[in-house]
Design a protein around this ligand. Structure first.
Ligand code: AP5
Ligand code: ZN
Length: 217
């Protein structure tokens, strides 16, 4: 089963994708994570993407489509793919259809996480991750059990994303409204879209997503 998680920055796409990976053995394909890896590694794509991401704007369709195509080739996605943060434009939505068709796959669900944009700024500005294992935390909503120590790996080093400041988040949200939200009708026409209340607590959002996935198995 291949699905898209769609929603503005901070809607909980990454959080819910990680739950599905843990609970269902699905594979998370996050273009944001791929781009951050490319920036860290200093690849040609990463060098081009760095300033664009720090400004909160969208990286070019060509770069993102190439990254996702490479990742699809490199990974075994037999149990299903979760597209997290991709597609973000109409052109990317068309690329995804082609990439899946070439591999004999097709989309089963597009899950839109509906959220209140005002609350998202707090979610994003407060988040941080373990620098070693990548587990996500939040200043208010999810702190480690022992202050300053990762629950999963025991590391005491954490990091924050350079684009997680209030100004950049506003640009990221404007990009979502202008370029990504307009792709919903493309999937609505095909009866693929389910809307979930992304303002509920993380466990409830997760249960609602699983209910959608199980509704048309
Ligand atoms: P990307 O990495 O995709 O970031 P994003 O879409 O802005 O999404 P986020 O990672 O900020 O949020 P999320 O929805 O995953 O929320 P999360 O689960 O972390 O993209 C970054 C940049 O890369 C883009 O701006 C662009 O430049 C570029 N890019 C990426 N893909 C691209 C593409 N396809 N085309 C072009 N450019 C691209 O949750 C947020 C916080 O809230 C966490 O702290 C979490 O703990 C907390 N939280 C989650 N759910 C809940 C809940 N239900 N209740 C309370 N707190 C919650
Ligand atoms: Zn850790």
């Amino acid at each position: 089963m291949d699905i898209i998680l769609l929603g503005p920055p901070g809607a909980g796409k990454g959080t819910q994708a990680q739950r599905l990976v843990a609970e269902r053995g699905m594979v998370q394909l996050s273009t944001g994570d791929m781009l951050r890896e490319a920036v860290k590694a200093g690849t040609p794509a990463g060098l081009k993407a760095k300033a664009v991401m720090e400004a909160g704007e969208l990286v070019s369709d060509a770069i993102v489509s190439a990254l996702i195509g490479e990742r699809l080739d490199a990974m075994d996605i037999g149990s299903g793919a979760i597209f997290d943060g991709f597609p973000r434009t109409e052109a990317q939505a068309e690329v995804l259809d082609l990439l899946l068709a070439e591999r004999g796959r097709k989309l089963d669900h597009v899950i839109e996480l509906e959220v209140d944009e005002g609350a998202l700024i707090e979610r994003i500005v407060g988040r941080y991750t373990c620098a070693v294992c990548g587990t996500g935390y939040h200043d208010r909503f999810k702190q480690p059990a022992v202050e300053g120590t990762c629950d999963v790996c025991g590391s005491t080093e954490f990091k924050r994303r350079p684009d997680d400041n209030a100004d950049t988040v506003r640009t990221r949200m404007a990009e979502y409204r202008a370029k990504t939200a307009p792709i919903l009708p493309f999937y609505e026409e095909r009866g693929l879209v389910s809307r979930i209340d992304g303002m509920a607590d993380m466990a409830t959002v997760g249960e609602q997503i699983v209910a959608v996935l199980d509704s048309r198995d």
